[in-house]
Design a protein around this ligand. Sequence first.
Ligand SMILES: Nc1ncnc2c1ncn2[C@@H]1O[C@H](COP(=O)(O)OP(=O)(O)OP(=O)(O)O)[C@@H](O)[C@H]1O
Length: 245
Amino acid sequence: MANNSAAVRVRGLRVVRGGTTILEGLDLDVPAGQVVGLLGPSGSGKTTLMRAVVGVQANVTGELTVLGMPAGDAALRHRVGYVTQAASVYTDLSVVENLRHFAVLAGLRGAAATAAVAQAVDAVDLGGHEKQQVLSLSGGERSRVSLAAALVGDPELLVLDEPTVGLDPVLRRDLWAMFHRLAGQGRTLLVSSHVMDEATRCDRLLLLRQGVLVADTTPAALLAETGAPDAEQAFLALIDKAAAR
Ligand SMILES: Nc1ncnc2c1ncn2[C@@H]1O[C@H](COP(=O)(O)OP(=O)(O)OP(=O)(O)O)[C@@H](O)[C@H]1O
């Protein structure tokens, strides 16, 4: 790996979508083994950056290294898990049928696949729903199945696009606790959100505004530097400062 402490290294990244430059000259690192929040208003480029990191975005230029390899490299396929905002599981299958399918895609068979599925069900707290058809699950349960589908292959880097949208406060708290558990086991998580109070749950924060990195900081430093009472007001203060430049 070029830089042992960075799971993702971005230098001079530029992404053009539909003829519009969405990200321009982005430089950042996602440190390994941490929960890194990617925060910013709607349309700021969070999904675009995540798509570039997982290698599904066209028209990407600049340096983008993921786990020491160029983003999108075939060798990264099983090492990076990506959960999009849209549910990516089959609604006509049960929870376990879905997860078995993703386990097979991750190259697991037999007892290894069964164990990985059980572990993923456990991680997202869906015990008791194993045989339930996804169609009949609640919205929050369904998004946890998507998350479990990404976990089943035991990826080193998890890229999660707004995983807590639509979840109640208890589930959101539990999911963030799980993210930290996963990071504690050595995984890296890049988690987007536009809910600023979630910023305080991250180890590090990347704040995007109109495709530009406004801050690369920690929750404590964000509050200290802006003197704001909470993350939302700190972010607004940074945005106002950036706009005044
Ligand atoms: N195919 C496209 N052509 C032109 N512009 C696009 C295209 N796809 C996305 N965009 C624009 O790129 C910008 C960034 O979009 P992106 O989805 O990355 O933002 P986001 O921060 O993830 O937003 P949200 O929080 O609403 O999901 C938006 O202004 C969007 O309209």
